[in-house]
Design a protein around this ligand. Structure first.
Ligand code: UT7
Length: 336
């Protein structure tokens, strides 16, 4: 077996659509208040697309920013992996649509369905392609247009979600990077399908193909048992994070930047408390973006960079829990 190369994130790009949906807007749409949303979830506003804008459009903008940052031509991308639960359509995959729009001639690709863990799962799928030597440049994207599957008369879900996209480029570490210990170091992934009933979109697949009845019953929208998801998320984000630090012999205090999935501010702070993570190392931007599903982690990495909390050489922990249930944590040393 040939020795594996280490993969690194060599560039990051993000995009959110310009239109804002604020708590004040939602107060006019459903029986809710800015105070309830701010206190219970931690969101003030989210970005949502105009009609006709799809996930591949957001992914395209993020991918362009990412490639520009690296000075890389679209034709140099060898594979594209998109984490999303809101593909433009059931098929072809968003990766195919994006490949064409981006002009990534010669690339192959596919979508990953892992809900809020979509980005971290796509990241590891891409990393394996780099580590084995199969590819030198893999574009990994988390993108969702959640507003396309939200019932804006259901106050329990419509206040939570937003639209957005984030892209990273994966490349092999140079010998100098390896010497500095940069790149993707370890991951733990886990799924628990018994949680499928707690968060899903019941229709539109082979079990319940679209009919007038599925539309009338609002089965093409997100359905969620909020409390079940909340409890699972707090427990598993902390457990998986503790496990990955322990098996790498890393004390929590050594992590410079903790980038959790942004589902609820209370989930993030409860997890960070359990990990004894100092508040200034915990990245929170849910107030501005809401829960953008597969896009939260790259958007939060971008916030971390903007706030000067994620610099080359920093040890960083990504953690996500999502529908499935899916759980994913990645340990890395920032390399760009
Ligand atoms: O990315 C993974 C996907 N999702 C998540 O991780 C979400 C995890 N869950 C959550 O974040 C929270 O459970 C929610 C934000 C969904 C709900 O917060 P909660 O504190 O668990 O509220 P609850 O469901 O226990 O409801 C408490 C009360 C209820 O009223 P009663 O029965 O006590 O009279 C709800 O009807 O709050 C009510 N409520 C609202 N009130 C005002 C629910 N939604 C709203 C709302 N505005 N938007």
């Amino acid at each position: 077996m040939p020795s594996l190369r280490r993969a690194k994130i060599s560039a990051l790009g993000t995009y959110v659509p310009p239109r804002l949906l604020t708590n004040a807007d939602l107060e006019k749409m459903v029986d809710t208040t800015d105070q309830w949303i701010t206190e219970r979830v931690g969101i003030r506003e989210r970005h949502i697309v105009e009609k006709g804008v799809a996930t591949s459009d957001l992914a395209l903008e993020a991918a362009r920013v990412c490639l520009r940052e690296r000075g890389a031509a679209p034709e140099s991308v060898e594979a594209i992996i998109v984490g999303t639960v809101t593909p433009d359509m059931a098929f072809p995959s968003t990766a195919c649509l994006l490949q064409y729009k981006l002009g990534a001639k010669g690339a192959w690709g596919f979508d990953v369905s892992a809900a809020c863990s979509g980005f971290v799962y796509a990241l590891q799928a891409g990393a394996q392609l780099v580590q084995t030597g199969a590819h030198d440049r893999v574009l990994v994207i988390g993108a969702d247009v959640m507003s396309s599957i939200i019932d804006y008369t259901d106050r329990a879900t419509c206040i939570i979600f937003g639209d957005g996209a984030g892209a990273v480029l994966l490349e092999p570490c140079t010998p100098a990077d390896e010497a500095e210990g940069l790149g993707l170091l370890d991951f733990i992934h886990e799924v628990d399908g018994s949680g499928g009933c707690s968060l899903n979109m019941p229709a539109g697949g082979s079990l319940n193909p679209a009919t007038h009845q599925t539309v009338d019953r609002k089965m093409h929208f997100v359905h969620q048992d909020g409390q079940a998801v909340f409890k699972y998320a707090v427990r598993k984000m902390a457990e998986a994070s503790e496990r990955i630090l322990e098996r790498n012999n890393i004390a929590g205090g050594k992590v410079r930047c903790f980038v959790p999935h942004q589902a609820n501010r209370r989930i993030i702070t409860a997890t960070a408390d359990r990990l004894k993570m100092p508040a200034d190392r915990v990245i929170i931007n849910i107030d501005r973006y809401g829960n953008t599903t597969a896009a939260t982690i790259p958007l939060a990495m971008q916030t971390a960079r903007e706030e000067g909390k994620l610099k080359k050489g920093d040890l960083c922990l990504l953690a996500a829990v999502g529908a499935g249930f899916t759980v994913g944590v990645t340990l890395l040393r920032w390399a760009c």
